[in-house]
Design a protein around this ligand. Structure first.
Ligand SMILES: *[C@@H]1O[C@H](CO)[C@@H](O)[C@H](O)[C@H]1NC(C)=O
Ligand SMILES: *[C@@H]1O[C@H](CO)[C@@H](O)[C@H](O)[C@H]1NC(C)=O
Ligand SMILES: *[C@@H]1O[C@H](CO)[C@@H](O)[C@H](O)[C@H]1NC(C)=O
Length: 240
């Protein structure tokens, strides 16, 4: 699988009342296709694969993109790798100025692990008409092992501006690709992924970030990232 040659900004913020802890990363597993057992504030590696929806299935079963039976490397696909800090709320961005998700099938799956082989359901990102730019990914752990990855949706609650946003399938707030930069429009259609960690680490400490994110609306974290404020949030200002 070709590794995405795009700039990826990984930022973390400390939420109100959180202590600025500078603990070191004790997780020596860097491959998203290996199993890691983590504790709070470790780094955790996972991947996101972009491909056609059908590319993620083998014999009607969704497999991890690490599984060679999918032959994703020979399919039209792209891979992005991330290593956020466990239990810090992070916003990952994928700059779309040179990367069009619709030219790689338009769907994405988040994945990590070998034996446990967690993978999210495929999420629609873009086709030639629409692009969804905001996602929340929940990473669910049990005793430090990743059990599950899933997308948290808030329906189209944040999708109130009828001029640039369109509600797709009552679930995704999408932008018309014709509004995007490089496609004739003025909106930066870079992808933003909020992360939330739920469950427990290998010492049975309970992760907090899920509780922080659960009550937030889809775009509410963007305002905390000053770097992205102009490019990503100015278009969403009406939500703050
Ligand atoms: C496909 O799935 C069916 C039903 O689960 C199973 O019987 C069959 O052996 C599978 N085929 C392959 C090639 O894995
Ligand atoms: C994406 O890259 C373009 C060109 O380098 C830049 O102008 C834009 O601000 C970037 N967007 C984000 C969200 O970082
Ligand atoms: C793009 O996706 C939307 C929502 O699923 C669908 O209604 C539309 O027909 C698709 N357009 C194309 C060109 O595939």
């Amino acid at each position: 699988m070709a590794v995405l040659r795009i700039s990826i900004i990984a930022l973390t913020v400390l939420m109100l009342g959180w202590l600025a802890e500078s603990r070191s990363d004790t997780n020596s597993v860097f491959s998203p296709c290996s199993d890691a057992s983590i504790q709070r504030f470790d780094g955790f590696s996972f991947g996101i694969a972009f491909a056609a929806r059908t590319s993620f299935f083998h014999n009607n079963t969704e497999l991890s993109p690490c599984d060679s039976r999918l032959s994703l490397s020979s399919a039209n696909s792209q891979l992005a790798l991330f290593r956020p800090k466990v239990d810090e709320i992070s916003l990952l961005t994928i700059n779309t100025s040179n990367f069009y998700p619709d030219s790689y099938g338009g769907y994405m799956v988040a994945f990590a692990g070998r034996k446990y082989a967690a993978r999210s359901p495929p999420a629609f990102v873009a086709n030639s008409t629409y692009i969804v730019t905001s996602f929340t990914l929940v990473l669910e752990f049990k005793k430090g092992r990743l059990q599950n990855l899933y997308w948290k949706r808030d329906g189209c609650a944040s999708c109130s501006d009828g001029t640039s946003f369109v509600c797709l399938n009552n679930q995704d707030c999408a932008i018309r690709t014709s509004s995007c930069k490089n496609r004739g429009g003025s909106v930066d259609c870079s992808l933003g992924l909020q992360l939330a960690f739920s469950g427990t680490d290998k010492h049975d400490s309970v992760f907090n970030s899920w509780y922080e994110v659960k009550s937030l609306r889809q775009y509410s974290l963007y305002g905390l990232y000053s770097n992205l404020r102009d490019s990503l949030t100015s278009q969403y200002n009406k939500f703050f």
